[in-house]
Write a protein that binds this ligand. Structure first.
Ligand code: 6PG
Length: 238
């Protein structure tokens, strides 16, 4: 039986030190996975917090830090827009990171936000299941406690079978998202959260189990949850 571990929490002085620490952590996890299994399967998120991390990992300093040809890039969620749209999570990661790395097309499994959402979700589920276990899920948390595109009270929260589903953000925009069954088969779920506007939710997420935030339901069955926070986001933790 899997024994659930307490989340690991680290707090950094500001976004720059958080980003630096996260980059070194991703590299360490990647090296370990590649040494053990020959591949590092990493699911990316959108949002503003990981962008500097992607840019740092895409910089010359990290070019030799990891065997980038052994990394498989996936996504935890996507907006239903074409890849070159400014809202595309793939597009953001491509510009900040992927376009700077020596990758083959087969290493980049993006969600096809431009396709009909149900068909895109089904197609992505097949790719995700074929990819094998995720070594790292890089996640964020919105001010409402959502993670990936799993918004409070949205239908995707109750999905127990499918790994990828269409969902809607509170503003009505269409999304594709991994579900809890998919997120919870990963090894490390790493929440990267920065900014004072997240402080109250971070406190709830980490100290109030009854808050029932979507982010709290990420609990890998055989893995570990980690939170890397800047001082502002951690401001209400006792
Ligand atoms: C997205 C996300 C989403 C994000 C949070 C936090 O596509 O927007 O994957 O879940 O991680 O909303 O976003 P910030 O980093 O911008 O606060």
């Amino acid at each position: 039986m899997a024994v659930e571990q307490e989340p690991q929490i680290s707090i950094w002085p500001d976004l720059a030190t958080l980003t630096e620490a996260a980059a070194l952590h991703v590299v360490e996890l990647g090296r370990r996975a590649i040494a053990e299994r020959g591949q590092f399967a990493w699911a990316l998120s959108g949002g503003s917090t990981p962008k500097p991390l992607y840019e740092l990992l895409g910089s010359a300093r990290f070019a030799q830090a990891l065997d980038w040809r052994s990394v498989l890039f996936l996504w935890s969620d996507e907006r239903c827009v074409p890849p070159d749209h400014t809202d595309s999570n793939y597009g953001m990661a491509h510009n900040a990171l992927l376009s700077h790395l020596p990758l083959s097309a087969a290493q980049v499994l993006r969600m096809r936000g431009e396709d009909e959402p149900n068909a895109a979700a089904e197609a992505y589920e097949l790719q995700l299941r074929a990819a094998g276990p995720l070594d790292l899920l890089l996640l964020g948390m919105g001010p409402d406690g959502h993670t990936a595109s799993l918004f409070p009270h949205s239908p995707a929260l109750t999905e127990t079978e499918r790994w990828v589903v269409p969902n809607r953000a509170p503003d009505g925009s269409a999304r594709l998202t991994l579900t809890f069954p998919a997120l919870n088969q990963g090894a490390i779920a790493l929440f990267l959260v920065a900014g004072a506007d997240k402080a109250a939710r971070v406190k709830q997420a980490l100290r109030e189990p009854s808050a029932d935030l979507p982010a709290q339901r990420v609990r890998p069955i055989h893995g570990q949850v980690e939170w890397m926070l800047d001082k502002q986001a951690a401001g209400e933790l006792a």
